[in-house]
Design a protein around this ligand. Structure first.
Ligand SMILES: Nc1ncnc2c1ncn2[C@@H]1O[C@H](COP(=O)(O)OP(=O)(O)OP(=O)(O)O)[C@@H](O)[C@H]1O
Length: 339
């Protein structure tokens, strides 16, 4: 006899949400397992925060359901859903100490003071801020504030965490450092986490699965590297950072990943543009497929001779995908609610 698998930590079923004429979220379905971090990735305005707000109970979907461990919470107010949230601006209380900020959640749930502070100490130790309990938020660095916000969400004891662009207020260097840290922290917490971001690198670095959203709809979901290696459409490929995508006459496009390019072999093609970067040069080649963009290390640059570079494209590694970009070849669509 086989038993049914346990229900997902979070199950979103056919969510739709309109704001007047704007269809912010359209027939959106997704499941997250306990212990899993899923990134909801998409350009600005595609509906990511609206999905998150429907999960938190800050917004009611027009249709569809939100289930937590199989329980329908669609009609429940935020305080009865028991989710921990980390916002973009951390929303820390400036007048409270670090400990006070983190113990706030348990105290609101009427946990006795001592126990609330014990839970707060535990969460602070998880984010490695032990020793800073008495400081106020303005006495912390941006990265430390971010970790307090995370500790506060963890101290709610919730097994579902919602993170809305949690690293966006940090500078590039710190953001890079904290990506790996956030991934470990979330894994250690054992909670299911839904991370909203428009940053591809953040999604790939922090989450085990990535859901790509465009104009209110889910367009592809998969493991990070798998998604980059097998984008479902030209728009997804471009959004994830593929540079060499060539429209074909039959409504498809060819995606040429870096691994398909063998330098120093085959025909010689003219270098049409060349710009210096920190790690080498970016060049464009006049190739029959179209202008081909390459990042070359100083060593690879030695292969450029007389303004040309020999190159072979391994056809077995070229992907053929559906062309779904607006006016094919232009930037990804930015706004939700477009027809
Ligand atoms: N309260 C609101 N009233 C009217 N329109 C709204 C409201 N909230 C969001 N929208 C619209 O719904 C769409 C989706 O917005 P949402 O904030 O969910 O996108 P997002 O992907 O989170 O964007 P960003 O990355 O910029 O935060 C946008 O077109 C937005 O303008």
């Amino acid at each position: 006899m086989t038993s049914d698998p346990p229900p997902s930590a979070l199950s979103l079923q056919h969510l739709t949400k309109r704001y007047g004429p704007t269809l912010a979220v359209q027939d959106f379905s997704l499941d997250i397992n306990q212990g899993e971090t899923l990134a909801l990735l998409g350009p600005s305005g595609c509906g990511k925060s609206t999905v998150l707000r429907c999960v938190a109970g800050l917004e009611q979907p027009d249709t569809g359901r939100v289930l937590m461990h199989g329980r329908d919470v669609t009609g429940l107010p935020p305080e009865q859903r028991g989710v921990g949230m980390v916002f973009q601006d951390y929303a820390l209380f400036p007048h409270l100490s670090v400990l006070g900020n983190v113990a706030f959640g348990p105290k609101m749930r009427r946990v006795p003071k001592e126990e609330a502070e014990r839970q707060a100490h535990e969460a602070l130790s998880l984010v490695e801020l032990t020793g800073l309990e008495d400081r106020r938020p303005d006495q912390l660095s941006g990265g430390q504030q971010q970790r307090v916000a995370l500790a506060r969400a963890l101290a709610t004891g919730s097994d579902l965490l919602l993170l809305d662009e949690p690293l966006s207020n940090l500078d590039e260097r710190l953001r890079g450092e904290l990506r790996g840290e956030l991934k470990d922290l979330l894994a250690r917490s054992g909670a299911a986490a839904l991370l909203v971001t428009h940053d591809q690198r953040e999604a790939l670095a922090v989450a085990s699965r990535v859901a790509v959203m465009r104009a209110g709809q889910l367009v592809q979901v998969g493991r990070g590297e798998g998604l980059f290696a097998q984008p479902a459409t030209a728009w997804v490929a471009q959004f994830l950072g593929h540079e060499n995508i060539f429209v074909q006459p039959d409504s498809t496009a060819l995606v040429v990943p870096e691994q398909a390019l063998q330098l120093g072999q085959g025909n010689a093609y003219t270098v049409t543009t060349q710009t210096l970067t920190d790690s080498g040069q970016n060049i464009t080649l006049a190739h029959p497929l179209g202008p081909l963009h390459l990042h070359l290390s100083p060593r690879e640059m030695a292969l450029v001779e007389g303004g040309t570079l020999r190159l072979r494209v391994d056809e077995g590694r070229v992907l053929r995908v559906r062309e779904d970009r607006d006016g094919a070849g232009s930037q990804p669509q930015q706004a939700a609610g477009a027809p």
